[in-house]
Design a protein around this ligand. Structure first.
Ligand SMILES: [Zn+2]
Length: 106
């Protein structure tokens, strides 16, 4: 994700797309927790969905309960089903409490 780019068909409020780009904290959550950690842990089959899900976990941590990213403009992801996009990657489901610390990433 280029943190300076605003996407036209990726962030949604319900079914409507809004033009939006990530904050610094959101980019960290997406890139480090969504892409980097699974890669470092050797999960060769890690999914691009993990990064979109971590974006959405981050947005919720900031109180953005209506906005979510569906991955429509994310490499190789395509538009995810909302339920998948709003999920938590399997590798973080055992440490959901720790994800609450993301509220401090801004
Ligand atoms: Zn990404």
């Amino acid at each position: 994700m280029d943190s300076k780019v605003e996407a036209d068909f990726d962030y949604r409020i319900g079914k409507k797309y809004i033009k939006r780009g990530p904050s610094f904290g959101e980019a960290l959550a997406h890139e480090i927790l969504g892409h980097g950690v699974p890669d470092v842990k050797g999960q060769a089959g890690f999914k691009q969905e993990d990064a979109i899900q971590m974006t959405n976990v981050y947005l919720r941590s900031q109180g953005e309960m209506n906005i979510y990213r569906d991955g429509g403009q994310h490499a190789r992801t395509g538009h995810l089903d909302p339920e998948i996009a709003k999920g938590i990657p399997p590798m973080y489901q055992g440490v959901i409490g720790a994800l609450r610390l993301m509220k401090w990433l801004r």
